[in-house]
Design a protein around this ligand. Structure first.
Ligand SMILES: Cc1cc2nc3c(=O)[nH]c(=O)nc-3n(C[C@H](O)[C@H](O)[C@H](O)COP(=O)(O)OP(=O)(O)OC[C@H]3O[C@@H](n4cnc5c(N)ncnc54)[C@H](O)[C@@H]3O)c2cc1C
Length: 417
């Protein structure tokens, strides 16, 4: 089957790899002139790891990360360095920290040559799979696909065109992110430090350098000059416990990025429309408080690739078959991703409570939460497995090579969660 993937972010590349491995004829359209990963890090938890495994990417992913990050003491600290809560190590034993650039390179290396088409912006798609593409700069053309996967991110044009777009809203806080230019010894401690309406997170990369982020409540604003942002960062976090000042000092000002945190303003009623389907941030852009946005994009990709596997290598897939698969995808992905987006928002509200007394109550809450409650919450978040899809016996395929719709109802699925 012919599949157009719109957007070469984590979600688009993961689904492209999975579908291509299953025999689909995949084209990835990216409007930028190259794939932009952004110079920061990403936490991937056990669920993301299982999604990558299902896509046949676990080994490649393990090669660019280190399991050592999972052995670090983690949790929440106060700005003076005292621990408020420690995450039970067994709850995050599959945690990996990856440099986004490494992840993108790894994913791109798995695609067949010619799959990725840069400087091509998809400016429209009919629900029957006809896609309109603008070649930048220059003319536009139309191409026909069996399926269109819209992995076009937070500001998805597809979502907007479907007419049920809740829009995007500012979470009330913004983030600076960076990676130190040299290795820094974290002495086995990572995690987050929570102050009043501010927090700082630290995560070790496989090569010894450190990915960090600072988050603060503020009115929404645009990124300003590198020296300005660097000075702001130092003003806010420069007196916090070690190694926070050192991490900022060992990061080049030009390597610090500032980003207002936006999320989808409400739940979508469906992730599909005709032969088009939303994936990743386009469907469920969430605040980064749980570190799950990328992991959910990976789960989406693994789910869609698995559900389509019986028909991916065929031609002219049956309309009803596609319909049934996309409904299954929607049913599997919407409840879980929307619930996680809500939980992530609530965590952000807790982290950014205003006023000394509320901050003290929040800290007390963190100190008195039993490790068993933390463990079960983290395990629940990561408790995801790809759908099990029964292979279609060859003799039961239709003479045209299409998969009969009835066969697809045999899917034994362990969907969502
Ligand atoms: C501060 C911060 C920290 C985060 N930390 C984590 C973390 O630790 N762990 C985690 O799992 N997640 C994290 N996330 C979330 C994660 O970054 C996102 O969920 C993930 O990158 C989304 O990937 P995507 O492929 O859906 O979208 P994107 O990465 O936005 O990709 C969309 C792509 O589509 C392209 N595009 C858009 N429109 C068109 C068009 N019309 N035609 C062609 N191309 C188009 C864009 O150019 C872009 O390349 C974090 C997010 C933020 C903001």
């Amino acid at each position: 089957m012919k599949v157009a993937v719109v957007g070469a972010g984590i979600g688009g590349l993961c689904v492209a790899v999975g579908l291509q491995r299953n025999g689909a004829d995949v084209t990835v359209f990216e409007r930028s002139d190259r794939v932009r990963a952004g110079g920061s890090g990403l936490s991937i938890f056990g669920n993301g790891l299982r999604a990558l495994e299902s896509l046949g990417l676990r080994e490649q992913f393990e090669a660019i990360t280190s399991p050592e990050a999972a052995t670090y003491r983690s949790g929440q600290r106060r700005p003076d360095g005292r621990w408020l809560a420690t995450i039970p190590p067994d709850a995050v034993s599959d945690l990996r920290i990856v440099h986004r650039t490494d992840l993108h390179h790894m994913l791109l290396a798995q695609l067949q040559p010619g799959t990725l088409r840069c400087s091509m912006e998809v400016i429209g798609a009919h629900s029957d799979g006809i896609v309109r593409i603008r070649h930048t700069p220059g003319s536009a053309s139309e191409q026909d696909f069996d399926l269109v996967v819209a992995a076009d991110g937070l500001h998805s044009g597809f979502r907007a065109r479907w007419g049920r777009d809740p829009g995007v809203r500012y979470a009330g806080y913004s983030a600076w992110r960076g990676i130190t230019s040299t290795p820094v010894d974290l002495q086995g401690e990572a995690g987050e430090t929570w102050g009043e309406q501010m927090r700082f997170g630290v995560a070790p990369l496989a090569d010894g350098r450190v990915y960090w982020f600072g988050v603060a409540t503020m009115p929404r604003r645009r990124p300003l000059s590198a020296p300005y942002e660097y000075a702001e960062l130092n003003r806010m976090f420069g007196t916090w416990h070690s190694p926070i000042p050192e991490l900022i000092r060992t990061t080049e000002p030009e390597a610090v990025s500032f980003l207002p945190i936006d999320e989808l303003a409400g739940d979508l009623p469906s992730y599909r429309h005709g032969r088009c389907v939303l994936l990743g941030d386009a469907a469920h852009a969430m605040t980064p408080n749980l570190g799950q946005g990328g992991g959910q994009a990976m789960e989406d990709a693994a789910t869609l690739a698995a559900l389509l596997s019986p028909i991916a290598a065929g031609v002219n897939p049956d309309e009803r078959t596609i319909d049934s698969i996309l409904n299954s995808y929607d049913k599997a992905r919407r409840p879980r991703t929307q619930a996680l987006a809500r939980r992530s928002r609530r965590l952000g509200t807790l982290a950014h409570v205003r006023g000394r007394s509320r901050t003290a109550v929040r800290d007390l809450l963190l100190q008195t939460t039993p490790p068993s409650a933390l463990r079960s919450q983290l395990k629940r978040t990561q408790d995801w497995h790809p759908p099990e899809v029964a292979a279609v016996p060859r003799r039961m395929s239709s003479p045209s090579g299409r998969c009969e719709p009835a066969l697809l109802h045999r899917h034994k699925s362990r969907l969502g969660g």
